[in-house]
Design a protein around this ligand. Sequence first.
Ligand SMILES: [Zn+2]
Length: 393
Amino acid sequence: MNLFKKLMRHGGSLLPIHGYYFDRPLLLLQSDDWGRAGLRDHEGAQQLQNDGLHLGERPYDFYTLETAQDLAALSQLLKRHHDASGRPACIEMNFILANLDFPRMASEDFLKIYLRALPDGLPDAWQRPGLFEAYREGIDAGVFFPALHGQTHFCQQAMERELASQGERSKLVKTLWKSGTPYIHWRMPWIGYEYWDPENRNSDRFLSAEQQHAAIGAAVGNFARMFSTLPRSACAPGYRSDESTHKTWAHFGVRVAQNGPGSASPPHLDRFGVLQLYRTLDFEPALYEDLSVEHSLEAIRENFRQGLPAIVSVHSINFHSTVKDFRTGTLSLLDELLSAVEAKFPSLLYLHDGDLYDLTQTGTYPPGAKANIVGVTRRAFRPGSPRSKRGSG
Ligand SMILES: [Zn+2]
């Protein structure tokens, strides 16, 4: 490799990048995994227990699927909170746009993956009356903002490889599938994430550009059918994205890429014109019993002090309630957090990724608005080395 190429590959990350800084406190809520079916409520749990799986070892054993009531409760909370401009708080929901088509897979002895697109409904035997209407009601009210997570959360080639091998791993998969549960990631991390196959060599873990193009294109198509619009923001499952992912997102009109917590980097444009955002903190009461509103507030205050938006990560599991009530505790803590931020920062603005993109590119948001005056400056920064992170997108 010649020196220039080496510099580009290794030195590129050392060159300064221009980041965006803001003179007002901006807060965003980003939330992953909406639309992704998990444990099929009590019936699915019972079946898995009968098959010898001891559920309850970790919170994600009780990841199910949001209900219309979960969404109504979240929507009500967000509507009670307003920023300095009078707008309600808004949560960005990153959607998984397909679930497993269990009856079709069962007819072929679970050897191949078939998907049911989310806009076509949930897999058979799932009962979620009013759920899709509840998504739309929140979107219309401006308290939900739909964005792209993926087509499936797991890596399909990794899953199909294990099915073909007919080993212990495939037995576990089939046990879960017979109960209508797609997977429980911590029990089978070898399924990886949609664009990332963990069993490959380090340099080959990301799927090829062609494979990613196919997966992202399918997900964008389902998103358009589901929400009658195209996604403006995306977050890769497990935060596992590479240049091919960003290039493909840009190709399909995505303008914002969400990254996990840990780097404290300012928002900045990448070479595809995609605004890269970095989450500030994990606010996950379902996962961390030691979660402290005070510590979360401290992290938010530090970002504001640096002129950075505070981006709060809170996954959908925190709002689930059907097998275990994660929702009540989360809403109470989120209420406390938002109230504290509003009280401490009276000029606070609640934005979603689309607003933040518009603000960096046009100096205002929503397009044409005059009310939200925010000073935006652009200056060089050096990307720091990521701090350790515990979340997993
Ligand atoms: Zn996720």
